[in-house]
Design a binder for this molecule. Structure first.
Ligand code: C2O
Ligand code: CU
Length: 472
C-alpha cells in the first residue's frame, strides 16, 4: 500500500506559511446580524509544491470558498446567527458538532429540520451557553460532503480565557487523492471501506495545506486547538516534545491539566485544547505517529526575540472548567448499545425497517452495521429520557474495528473501559471504543428534543451505525 500518509519522503520539505491559522481576536464573528455561510464548489491547493506537473488545484466543496471553512468565533453567552446558503447541486445542512444547542438548530435533516435544497437557505440562530472548541459540517450524505471539504471550526471563547500569547488552530484532515491530485470520487460509497475502517485518505493536511509552519517566539505561551475533521482516520499526535498539557477534550474542560506524555489520540470529530510554552532555541514539530511512522503535522520554528513577554502561571496550574452536569449514577437508567457487523464481525442478519435481513441482503442496500440487532435508521429510537434523567450507556463493541461514538446535544462522562474505572477521562461528545472493547459513559439528558447517537466514522454512520433518542 503506497499511501502518502505513510511516506515521510513525500511529505518532507513541504509547507507554506499560514499566518491565517493564528487567530487574532478581531477575527471574531460579528455578534449582530446573520453572517452568510455559503457551501459551493471551489478549488483548494491541498498538495502545494507536491502537485504533479501540470496538475490543477483540487476541486472541492467548501464553505465560503475555503478549506477548512471560515473560523466562526464568539464569546460564551453570545448568540451565533448564520444564514446558510446551499449553492451545491445536492441537499445539505449545517450541524454544529458538540454544542449543547437548541434542538431545532442541530442541523439534522429529517429530524430537526428539512434538508436545505440546492439554491435554498436556512437561518441558524442559537445561544452559545458554553465555551470550547467545536466544529461544523453537513449532516446529510456526510461521508461524501465532509470528505469533499465541507467543514469548519467554531470557537466559543471563555468569559475569562487563560492568558496566552498565541491561539493556534490546527484542523487536521486526510484526503483520498488520485494521482492527478483530484479527489478519488469513485470511492465514495465504497462498501468495502464502509465495512472496514472507513474511507481513509492518503494525504494529510493541516489547515488545508501540508505541514504548515507557524513561527513562535521563544517564551510565548501557546494555546493549541486540535480538531480532527477526517472521515475515519484516528490521529495520534505526539505533543510531548512541545511539553504540552491537555486542558480540554471535545471542547469540555478537564478541571485541571494533564501532561501530554502519551500521544493525543484524536478520533474523527474529536478535539483537544493544549497549552505549551515555546522553548528558546529549538524548532519544534507536532507529529502524527498513528501510522507507526513519524509524520510532521505542523512545524513551529522559533522566530524573533524573546523580550517583553509577561510572566505566566505554571502550565500545570491551567484549568478549563467543566460545565456539563454531573451524572447521578445511583439513579441512572442503564442502556446497553451492542455494536455489530462489519468485516470479520460475524453478523448473520439484522432488522431493517422491521424486517430481518441476511447480511448479504443488507449489504446490497449499503448496510453492514447494526446497533442492538437493528440497522441504524435515524428514527430507531434507542430510548426516551425524562428531562434531567441520568442515562448510563454501555457501548459494547462486538466488532473488529474501532468506532467513534458521538452524542448530539450533550456531553457524556467517560466512566469505564472494559469495566474498569477510566479516571478523569473527562466529559466528551465523542468517544473511541476499540475492537471488542466496552466503554461506559453517562450523561444527564437535560436538553429536550430528538437527538442522534452515531459512529463518527462517517462511512460507518452511513452504513448503519446510527440511532436516535428523545429527551422529553
Ligand atoms: Cu459531527 Cu452527528 O455529527
Ligand atoms: Cu464506526
Amino acid at each position: 500500500m503506497s499511501t502518502w500518509l505513510s511516506r515521510r519522503a513525500v511529505l518532507a520539505g513541504l509547507g507554506a506559511g499560514v499566518s491565517a491559522c493564528v487567530l487574532p481576536s478581531a477575527a471574531r464573528a460579528a455578534a449582530a446580524g446573520f453572517r452568510p455561510l455559503k457551501a459551493a464548489l471551489a478549488t483548494a491547493d491541498l498538495l502545494g509544491s507536491a502537485k504533479p506537473d501540470g496538475a490543477r488545484e483540487t476541486a472541492v466543496w467548501a464553505y465560503d470558498g475555503s478549506v477548512p471553512g471560515p473560523l466562526l468565533r464568539a464569546r460564551t453567552g453570545e448568540r451565533l446567527r448564520v444564514r446558510f446558503e446551499n449553492a451545491l447541486e445536492q441537499e445539505s445542512s449545517v450541524h454544529w458538532h458538540g454544542i449543547r444547542i437548541d434542538n431545532a438548530m442541530d442541523g439534522v435533516p429529517g429530524m430537526t429540520q428539512q434538508p436545505v435544497p440546492p439554491g435554498g437557505a436556512f437561518d441558524y440562530d442559537f445561544a452559545l451557553a458554553h465555551p470550547g472548541t467545536y466544529w461544523y459540517h453537513p449532516h446529510i450524505r456526510s461521508a461524501e460532503q465532509v470528505a469533499r471539504g465541507l467543514h469548519g471550526v467554531l470557537i466559543v471563547d471563555e468569559t475569562e480565557p487563560p492568558q496566552v500569547d498565541r491561539d493556534v488552530l490546527l484542523v487536521i484532515d486526510d484526503w483520498r487523492l488520485a494521482p492527478d491530485g483530484q479527489l478519488d470520487a469513485a470511492s465514495f460509497g465504497n462498501l468495502h471501506d464502509a465495512a472496514h475502517g472507513g474511507r481513509l485518505g492518503n494525504w494529510m493536511t493541516v489547515n488545508g495545506t501540508s505541514q504548515p509552519e507557524i513561527g513562535l517566539r521563544a517564551g510565548e505561551r501557546v494555546r493549541l486547538r486540535l480538531v480532527n475533521v477526517a472521515n475515519a482516520r484516528i490521529f495520534e499526535l505526539d505533543a510531548a516534545p512541545l511539553g504540552a498539557w491537555v486542558a480540554a477534550l471535545d471542547g469540555h474542560g478537564l478541571n485541571r491539566s494533564v501532561p501530554a506524555t502519551d500521544p493525543v489520540l484524536l478520533g474523527p470529530g474529536q478535539r483537544a485544547d493544549l497549552f505549551f510554552d515555546m522553548p528558546a532555541g529549538a524548532d519544534l514539530t507536532l507529529d502524527d505517529v498513528s501510522t507507526g511512522e513519524r509524520i510532521v503535522a505542523a512545524r513551529f520554528p522559533v522566530q524573533g526575540q524573546t523580550g517583553d513577554l509577561p510572566p505566566r502561571p505554571p502550565l500545570e496550574a491551567l484549568a478549563l472548567p467543566r460545565f456539563a452536569p454531573e451524572p447521578d449514577l445511583a439513579s441512572a437508567r442503564r442502556i446497553e448499545l451492542l455494536m455489530q457487523g462489519g468485516a470479520m464481525g460475524g453478523l448473520a442478519s439484522a432488522k431493517l425497517d422491521g424486517e430481518e435481513l441476511a447480511l448479504r441482503d443488507l449489504a446490497q442496500k449499503g448496510f453492514v452495521w447494526a446497533f442492538n440487532g437493528n440497522v441504524g435508521h435515524m428514527h430507531d429510537r434507542l430510548f426516551e429520557a425524562r428531562r434531567g434523567e441520568t442515562m448510563a450507556i454501555e457501548f459494547v463493541n462486538d466488532t473488529s474495528w474501532p468506532h467513534a461514538m458521538h452524542l448530539h446535544g450533550h456531553h457524556f462522562k467517560v466512566l469505564t473501559r472494559d469495566g474498569k474505572p477510566a479516571p478523569d477521562a473527562g466529559f466528551r461528545d465523542t468517544v473511541l471504543t476499540g475492537p471488542q472493547q466496552r466503554v461506559g459513559v453517562a450523561f444527564v439528558a437535560d436538553n429536550p428534543g430528538d437527538w442522534m447517537l452515531h459512529c463518527h466514522m462517517l462511512e460507518h454512520q452511513g452504513a448503519g451505525m446510527t440511532a436516535s433518542f428523545r429527551v422529553a
